[in-house]
Structures are given as C-alpha cells and as structure tokens.
Design a binder for this molecule. Structure first.
Ligand SMILES: [Zn+2]
Length: 149
C-alpha cells in the first residue's frame, strides 16, 4: 500500500509541472518532449503514455490555437495603444504576422505537456495503464516513477 499517493499527483502539481515542460505525471525533465518539436511515445522516466486515446493530438493543436489567438489579441491591443495615434500599418502587420508564425512554435511543447496534465486530471490513469507504463520502461521504472516534484 506504500506509495499510493504517487499514483495520483494533485491537479495543481500536474499543471505546475506541465508549465515548465516536466512530465505532469512524475515531474521528470526526461519526459516525452523530444528536442522542441518532437515527442516520444512515453515519458522516459515514468513510462506514462502520451497518446492516451484516439485523436489525442487534436487537443494540443486546439490549445495552441487558443493561446496564439489570445496572444495576438493582446499584442495588437498593446501595439495600437503604444503607437497611437501615429499608426505604422506596415509595421503592425509585420509584427502580428511574425507573432502568428513564431508563437505556435514556441507554445508547441507546452501544449503537449499541458494537454496531458488536463487529460490526466479529468481521466485518471487506472492500475492497468500504470502497470503498462512501468512495464514500458523496464525494471528501473518503479523507482523512477516516484520522482520528486
Ligand atoms: Zn513521467
């Protein structure tokens, strides 16, 4: 029965980890983020599977769209206020278009960790999924899965 609390980290802990690109489930930096744009199938520390259900990859894309559009709205408002009343239309266009291209690339790994944190929060892994995660990373898994925050 020992270590039961490690099976289900709090929702706050999972989002705190996700916000700094750690695995939401175990808190390890050796998570499923592969360089910046790629993904491993599982967290390399605890073995939790990233793609938990059919269509899982649509969640981060939707989250990225929301974050990017929200950011663009803020950037446009700030830029308009900062440059009023002498609007530089070409400059504002370049700023917004540049941000629309760069921001989704910056947000990409964060949307992957945040979406997994969200999914783990609303759909807790059962004993079977956790057993598969431990099996996927081998014998060292049980210890690594209990990593610190
Ligand atoms: Zn992990």
């Amino acid at each position: 029965m020992g270590g039961m609390d490690q099976l289900t980290p709090s929702v706050a802990a999972m989002f705190r980890r996700a916000a700094v690109l750690k695995c939401p489930h175990c808190g390890s930096r050796r998570s499923f983020i592969k360089r910046w744009f790629g993904r491993y199938d599982r967290c390399r520390a605890c073995g939790i599977q990233w793609h938990r259900e059919h269509g899982f990859e649509l969640g981060p894309i939707a989250l990225n769209v929301v974050l990017t559009f929200g950011s663009l709205a803020i950037i446009m408002i700030v830029a308009f206020v900062a440059t009023a009343p002498d609007y530089n239309v070409a400059g504002l266009m370049a700023l917004v278009i540049g941000a629309a291209i760069i921001l989704p690339l910056i947000y990409l790994p964060f949307t992957n960790t945040l979406w997994l944190a969200f999914d783990l929060a609303v759909h807790r892994p059962d004993e079977r999924e956790l057993a598969q995660a431990r099996a996927a990373i081998g014998s060292e898994g049980a210890a690594a899965g209990a990593a610190v925050d």
